[in-house]
Design a protein around this ligand. Structure first.
Ligand code: TYD
Ligand code: MG
Length: 452
């Protein structure tokens, strides 16, 4: 009897292997290999097969296709200035983070401009989508809905209705009949995306693919498809906080530095035009251990509050925790404080927290963390109109950071009066209606805090 051939795939990154492996050589994840039947590749790709001649680069005319503004400013920004016709966009994120909501809101804006949009859902019934739409508000214009998971029928529907934009919610529910493995498996997800890519390129429609990110479980994550699509957007956020960040991790038509900030409300996602104001809401005034830092997300300055609580420990091993920033970095900065300022921290518990649920790992946050720890340890409250940024080195020196000007401008815009920043950065900056104070090392910072 002929044995069915199978291959093994990594669920995280799609690495293919003929035998089972404990650790994936591609992404180094453990125990992620699953066995799937071999997909018989059909050669017909929809078009005619003929050998192509190479062409001269100088002879190729590239006209910039006009982008379609999707009406949601934050989304347009992340896409690089609107939707590029004929592109394939993957929107990934944890289940329940708001992917379907975001895309449905985008559809609402686009149909208002008399463009044809087809929303294909394999997860929700038509009634459920209608209920969600009602929550979002009035839909002016007609949106085509289809509940279908078979890609052959989906292809037919796209060919018949000729929409400009197609939404697939979600790729993990879609299947092609000639692939024998279950929907959501690596081969199905890959083949389904390949089929959609073909449709997008042949018919010139833009396809938005929604994909769930899964840490474990049987469903293949969007990581498997990242290399196949033009743009990869990740929608992330803390489940406990209502803000969401949309981030481009790959964009063939724009920069990957942009982020969009949204807030989940009971009428859908609202754009957060001023993230700094949002992050600083509810900041305590005149309390020791609370410091405002100017950080950069992508190319956008965001002011955030860093809090520290340092107190005597009741244990042999002092407890240290950090939320919203790198734990090891906090430990390192505390070691620098011990060594360079002679502070006795080994008998202190220290808790560091970035308020608002943001996760910031950039080194420019160092100075704020150091000042927050100092402030809490010495019980010195800081002036609430002062803001900090700068990287702290191992010898206690304050090093220059990138995009200092944007940080200073944002601080001035938000009404801060004093900005403490690396001396090296200060020398290159003009005044922007805010007092700039350059510092060279943490000893200087300490002196300033004590003598103030
Ligand atoms: P959803 O878009 O279904 O998430 P995904 O498609 O990423 O799985 O959003 C799910 C969550 O959003 C759900 O828990 C309810 C919440 N939500 C609101 O808070 N307000 C709203 O207006 C909508 C539509 C959803
Ligand atoms: Mg959904």
């Amino acid at each position: 009897m002929a044995k069915n051939k199978t291959v093994f795939f990594c669920k995280e990154c799609g690495y293919e292997s003929s035998k089972w492996l404990g650790q994936c050589p591609g992404c180094k994840a453990w125990d992620t290999f699953t066995e799937e039947p071999v997909v018989k590749k059909s050669i017909s790709s929809g078009g005619t097969i003929s050998a192509k001649e190479p062409e001269l680069l100088s002879k190729i005319e590239a006209k910039e296709e006009p982008r379609v503004n999707c009406g949601i400013g934050e989304l347009d920004r992340v896409l690089g200035g609107g939707i590029v016709p004929g592109s394939l966009v993957l929107v990934g994120g944890d289940p329940g983070i708001g992917k379907s909501t975001l895309v449905l809101q985008m559809c609402r804006e686009i149909i208002q401009k008399n463009r044809k949009v087809l929303y294909i859902s394999g997860e929700e019934s038509l009634r459920q989508i209608k209920m969600r739409a009602e929550r979002l508000g009035v839909f002016n214009g007609e949106l085509l809905l289809l509940c279908e998971t078979n890609l052959d029928y989906i292809e037919e529907a796209i060919k018949k209705h000729q929409p400009e934009i197609v939404v697939i919610d979600s790729i993990q529910t879609m299947f092609k009949e000639d692939v024998t493995s279950a929907p959501g498996s690596v081969s199905q997800v890959r083949e389904a995306t390949a089929a959609l890519m073909r449709i997008a390129k042949i018919l010139g429609v833009t396809v938005f693919i929604i994909g769930h990110v899964t840490k474990e479980g049987v469903v293949a994550g969007p990581r498997v498809l990242e290399h196949m699509v033009d743009t990869v957007l990740y929608f992330e956020g803390d489940h406990y906080a209502s803000y969401r960040i949309l981030r481009a991790v790959k964009n063939r038509f724009g920069s990957t530095n942009e982020i969009g900030v949204f807030e989940m409300q009971n009428t859908g996602l609202a754009e957060v035009k001023n993230p700094s104001e949002y992050m600083l809401k509810g900041k305590p005034e005149g309390e020791a251990g609370s410091v405002v830092a100017a950080s950069i997300e992508g190319t956008r300055p965001i002011l955030i509050e860093v809090q520290a609580l340092v107190c005597r420990t009741n244990f042999n091993m002092p407890r240290r925790t950090s939320a919203g920033t790198d734990y090891n970095r906090v430990n390192l900065l505390m070691a620098v404080l011990e060594k360079r300022l002679g502070m006795q921290l080994s008998d202190c518990d220290a808790y560091v927290n970035v308020a608002g649920g943001m996760h910031v790992t950039e080194p420019a946050l160092d100075l704020a963390i150091v000042v927050a720890i100092l402030s809490s340890h010495k019980n010195i409250a800081l002036d609430s109109k002062t803001i900090f940024f700068g990287e702290v080195g191992l010898t206690g020196e304050i090093r220059a950071v990138n995009m200092a000007e944007q940080r200073v401008l944002e601080a001035a815009k938000m009404g801060f009066e004093v900005c403490i920043l690396p001396q090296v950065n200060k020398e290159k900056l003009n005044h922007h209606g805010i007092k700039l104070v350059g510092v060279k090392n943490i000893q200087e910072v300490m002196r300033m805090m004590v003598t103030r």
